[in-house]
Design a protein around this ligand. Structure first.
Ligand code: GRF
Length: 204
């Protein structure tokens, strides 16, 4: 089974997936390409180091989101992925894109959805005085950060937290959780039935 990972930046979640692939347990498939919209994304370097194809598709020359997404689809489909994983890919995807990969497109979002869709989630959790925060992994649908939830992990918010310390605590959970969920999918255990994610045939 084949997996393509979309990134825009550091790629620490990509690294967690690469590491899982190298581990004894494996990932249940192969990361066949990493695609970034940013040429300087450090995650591209991580891909190259791991011997994985690193592709860049800058948005600059495209006049519309739809045009860009069509080019992105062509690039991705060359790799014939069974699963597409968003790992810090900082572009909103068009309905056509999301529809094409319906049921095989996952995203990780650093909040306890439905709280704090969009950007600056750690800051917003701190400003709201929340005493817990966390990460969500979900199937992607047309609604930004709104698709069916697969799993969440919570972390406590400590009194002396700032955005950085809180983000770090959440990222530890991200790096644990994403490989597990990707493995479930690639092993055929996780599916989207209609709008309902199922694990081993049981609704999540
Ligand atoms: C992560 O916090 C992820 O939840 C969010 O973007 C960040 C990506 O970090 N979608 P990295 O590039 O994987 O280090």
């Amino acid at each position: 089974r084949r997996l393509v990972v979309l990134i825009s930046g550091n790629g620490s979640n990509l690294q967690a997936l690469l590491d899982a692939q190298q581990s004894e347990e494996g990932l249940g498939g192969q990361i066949v390409a990493v695609v970034s919209d940013q040429a300087d994304a450090y995650g591209l370097e991580r891909a190259r180091q791991a011997g994985v194809a690193a592709e860049v598709l800058p948005a600059g020359t495209y006049t519309s989101r739809e045009d860009y997404d069509q080019a992105l689809i062509r690039l991705i489909d060359d790799y014939q992925p069974d699963l597409l994983v968003l790992a810090g890919f900082m572009r909103i995807l068009s309905p056509a894109f999301v529809l094409r990969y319906h049921g095989r497109l996952l995203n990780i979002h650093p909040s306890l959805l439905p709280k704090y869709k969009g950007l600056h989630t750690h800051r917003r959790a701190l400003e709201a005085g929340d005493n817990e925060h966390g990460v969500s992994i979900h199937f992607v649908t047309e609604e930004l950060d709104g698709g069916p939830l697969v799993i969440q992990a919570k972390v406590p918010v400590e009194v002396d937290d700032d955005e950085k310390t809180l983000a770090r605590r959440v990222q530890v959970k991200e790096h644990l959780l994403y490989p597990i969920v990707v493995r479930w999918f690639l092993q055929g255990r996780l599916q989207l039935q209609g709008d309902q994610p199922q694990l081993d045939g049981q609704p999540l």
